[in-house]
Ligand binder design. Structure first.
Ligand SMILES: C[S@@+](CC[C@H](N)C(=O)[O-])C[C@H]1O[C@@H](n2cnc3c(N)ncnc32)[C@H](O)[C@@H]1O
Length: 237
């Protein structure tokens, strides 16, 4: 189902908004989202291997990964990505394989390309979040993880009313304020071979969450096959 509010968040608005944010992004959003970024990096390093950062922006998180991780980054905004490229060159981040202008909803990577797909503060900025999550699952290797840090809208109360009231202005700035956790849960329920493994509240004010999904069918670190979830267990969730 397409929500009216989703249709209003089109790619042109987003690219315009982030072209404006690019020169000041690090100053405005660097420190405030630091803990969420670090939590996502720690979770991603736990899996390790080849990591795709979708909506990598100015590349704030790139220097914080272990150099043992191979990193690829994509973003729809060229001005944001240019900043990331400057950072990679300046800090000599030789573990960064490449940075590309690319739409999260249409990733130009083959199936099963990455051990981890990370998207920090991105899913609520794309026009079709569920289609985007489908792409993350497609490019993820079996046994890998999708790791998100994302704003989660309030279920009820004053915060919910305020989020809905502020929604049209937020879209012009480049994101949604009202995005329920229910949508993530429903997406994983209907997506074969993907299951929700963690949701953890993140600052500021616990309005954000670290959300992890695992793709079934890989090998664990000891080499044993990770059992796929049985239909009965899935139905019980
Ligand atoms: C709030 S910023 C987050 C940047 C970075 N992940 C961080 O932690 O600071 C959202 C980023 O997602 C990018 N973005 C939005 N829609 C996108 C899309 N459809 N495909 C790829 N990137 C997108 C924006 O250009 C922007 O750089």
């Amino acid at each position: 189902m397409t929500h009216l509010s989703d249709a209003e968040l089109d790619k042109q608005t987003i690219t315009k908004a982030y072209a404006r944010w690019a020169p000041v992004y690090d100053l405005v959003f660097g420190a405030v989202f630091e803990r969420g970024r670090q939590a996502a990096i720690t979770a991603a390093e736990h899996v390790g291997g080849r990591i795709l950062e979708v909506g990598v922006g100015t590349g704030l998180s790139l220097p914080h990964y272990s150099r043992a991780c191979r990193l690829c980054g994509v973003d729809i905004s060229e001005p944001m990505l240019r900043k990331a490229q400057e950072r990679v060159a300046e800090l000599e981040l030789t573990n960064v394989e490449g940075l590309w202008v690319m739409d999260a909803e249409h990733l130009l990577f083959p199936d099963n390309s990455f051990d981890v797909v990370v998207a920090q503060y991105v899913v609520t900025t794309v026009p079709n979040p569920e289609a985007t999550l489908d792409e993350f699952a497609r490019v993820l290797k079996p046994g890998g993880e999708i790791i998100l840090v994302s704003r989660v809208g309030a279920e009820a109360g004053l915060r919910r009313s305020l989020e809905h009231w502020f929604a049209p202005a937020a879209r012009k700035l480049g994101w949604r304020t009202e995005f329920s956790f229910e949508r993530y849960a429903r997406w994983s329920e209907r997506t074969e071979g993907v299951r929700l493994v963690e949701r953890r509240a993140m600052p500021p004010l616990g309005h954000f969450s670290l959300i992890r999904f695992a793709k079934d069918g890989g090998q664990d670190r000891a080499g044993a096959r990770v059992p796929e979830e049985s239909p009965a267990a899935r139905a019980a969730r």
